[in-house]
Ligand binder design. Structure first.
Ligand SMILES: [Fe+2]
Ligand SMILES: [Fe+2]
Length: 326
């Protein structure tokens, strides 16, 4: 749980900060044409206004039972999580420094800072619970900042979507104490803000480019998705010599068994992810764009799952999260 600063004695109004991080309206009424200056200003202002000022150094990590601690330690995510935050910070900063528009530059620079704060939260957590990490690799600034930002942004769109669902499953399963779940809540919501910013940057960027540069940009976006599919779905699994690393990368797709004792299945997990995705974005101005690709794939998986059940003569439209406490 996030507590007051022991040095200054200041007690931040955590509830107000949390509320402000989840709810935001652009005060100017009317439409917000995508690609306009107003659209850019709204997206960047959202990012600054919803900043949550929590400090990793004063997080009060709750005491865990031996069982809960063993479960936490056994999650196969800690190395990849720390390294992903480290890489995201560097890549976002590199893109921010290369950006010509000062509003995006400042917002993406702030995003990079927040990734570093996530890394700090994780490093405090692993030391609080005695989780052993592999030595971190050296992080190198990317040669191609735009490509690196696209890879990081779309990766976050995929990972955050599944993290929303897995976090809800973990919360409802009672596999981890509520205090620990509460401690991570601001970090998960922060990822929702990050992908909200990315989705709006992407749409804005598309509208700014002349057609010949736009065509090249779209090719790069398609190539990023191919790269991520190669990485995530494991089309080149045979090339992976480290099975552990492959499992870590796919945790967001396969992790429900690690955070609950209910095997809810892929279709059910997608349904939970979709519901949580809607809930986490519900408080932000409807005129800002939301990430769409991963939710669309999840909706397709749900539709295929329902069609398969109907074909087998089973009732469709059941609650996919059945088995989990409310
Ligand atoms: Fe992060
Ligand atoms: Fe992020």
């Amino acid at each position: 749980m996030l507590t007051q600063d022991p040095k200054t004695g200041a007690a931040p109004d955590l509830e107000a900060a949390d509320l402000a991080a989840r709810n935001w309206r652009w005060p100017v009424p009317g439409t917000l044409p995508i690609g306009s200056e107003a659209h850019r200003d709204a997206a960047c202002q959202m990012f600054f206004d919803t900043f949550n000022p929590y400090r990793p150094s004063v997080i009060d990590w709750p005491l865990l039972s031996d069982e809960a601690r063993a479960r936490l330690i056994s999650l196969p995510i800690w190395d990849i999580a720390v390294q992903t935050e480290g890489k995201a910070r560097l890549r976002m900063r590199a893109y921010a420094q290369s950006a010509t528009d000062p509003a995006w530059r400042d917002a993406i620079e702030r995003n990079a800072w927040e990734e570093n704060r996530h890394k700090e939260v994780l490093s405090k957590l692993v030391s609080a619970y005695g989780i052993a990490l592999a030595p971190e690799p050296l992080y190198h600034p990317p040669q191609d900042p735009e490509w690196a930002y696209l890879v990081t942004g779309f990766s976050e769109c995929i990972d955050s979507f599944f993290a929303f669902g897995l976090f809800d499953v973990a919360k409802r399963s009672g596999f981890f104490p509520p205090e620990l779940v509460d401690t991570f809540e601001p970090v998960i919501q922060e990822e929702a803000r990050h992908i909200l910013l990315f989705a709006n940057w992407l749409a804005w960027q598309r509208r700014q480019l002349p057609w010949w540069r736009r065509a090249w940009f779209e090719l790069r976006v398609a190539a990023v998705w191919v790269f991520l599919a190669w990485e995530r779905i494991g089309l080149a699994r045979g090339m992976a010599t480290d099975g552990g690393a492959a499992a870590d990368n796919n945790f967001t797709l396969t992790g429900s068994r690690s955070v609950s004792d209910v095997d809810i299945g892929v279709v059910s997990l997608m349904a939970v992810c979709l519901a949580e995705n809607d809930r986490r974005f519900a408080g932000y101005d409807r005129r800002l764009l939301r990430p769409t690709t991963t939710p669309a794939i999840a909706r397709l998986v749900c539709w295929l799952g329902s069609a398969r059940e109907r074909w087998r003569g089973k009732p469709s439209g059941r609650d996919h999260s059945e088995g989990l406490p409310r």
